[in-house]
Design a protein around this ligand. Structure first.
Ligand code: G3D
Ligand code: MG
Length: 182
């Protein structure tokens, strides 16, 4: 039986943002398909994995839930190919922090098309303090992808990760093309 060559690729992704923006909730939603309001706050970095299977292979995302302050997280970002920066749409201060998180992430991720700024908790529409327009206005000098989600209901979570997956696969294709050119 003829078996085509399989591909297998693992990408590391860093998930950052202020405390309680929903980093752990998002990753639990993505990996376990659930939202649990009762679990404990994250105290140390933790990896979540999700595999995407294709006819010819598999792409594995290893998502690092990185708690802690700006000063603490550096060492956990090495090797990350993409980054997610969370803020809470109901908490303005968490958006203000995004710029500093972005600067940190930029040291590790050169290609800004691999950075996603993600507004979480859109299920709390009546408590919303930050509109999408405001984010784009405040951060108009930097490049990023933008999504608004709810880890609680799961809204836009799959779409977000499809977008990440697509851009990582494109990155991989670019690298293969470069190698062929050499
Ligand atoms: P963190 O990992 O970024 O620190 P967590 O954040 O995932 O621990 O979430 C912080 C709090 O926000 C938790 O509530 C969690 O249930 C809540 N939360 C996370 N995502 C959402 C969301 O999409 N919608 C709503 N309504 N709440 C969310 P507690 O009460 O435990 O502090
Ligand atoms: Mg956490």
């Amino acid at each position: 039986m003829g078996v085509g060559k399989m591909f297998e690729k693992t990408f590391k992704i860093a998930v950052l943002g202020d405390h309680a923006t929903g980093k752990t909730s998002l990753l639990r939603r993505l990996v376990y398909g659930e939202f649990d309001a009762e679990y404990l706050p994250t105290t140390k970095p933790e990896a979540f994995e999700r595999e995407y299977r294709f006819r010819n292979g598999v792409v594995r995302l290893v998502l690092w839930d990185v708690p802690g302050s700006l000063e603490e997280v550096d060492e956990n970002l090495y090797g990350a190919k993409a980054g997610l920066l969370l803020y809470d749409v109901c908490r303005e201060s968490s958006l203000r922090s995004v710029r500093r998180w972005y600067e940190l992430l930029s040291k590790f991720i050169r290609d800004k098309s691999h950075i996603w700024i993600v507004g979480n908790k859109i299920d709390l529409e009546s408590s919303r303090k930050v509109e999408a327009e405001k984010v784009k206005e405040k951060l108009r000098d930097i490049n990023f992808n933008y999504f608004e989600i709810s880890a609680k209901t799961g809204k836009n979570v799959e779409i977000l990760f499809k977008s990440i997956l697509r851009s990582l696969i494109e990155l991989q294709l670019e690298e293969v093309k470069m190698r062929l050119r050499d």
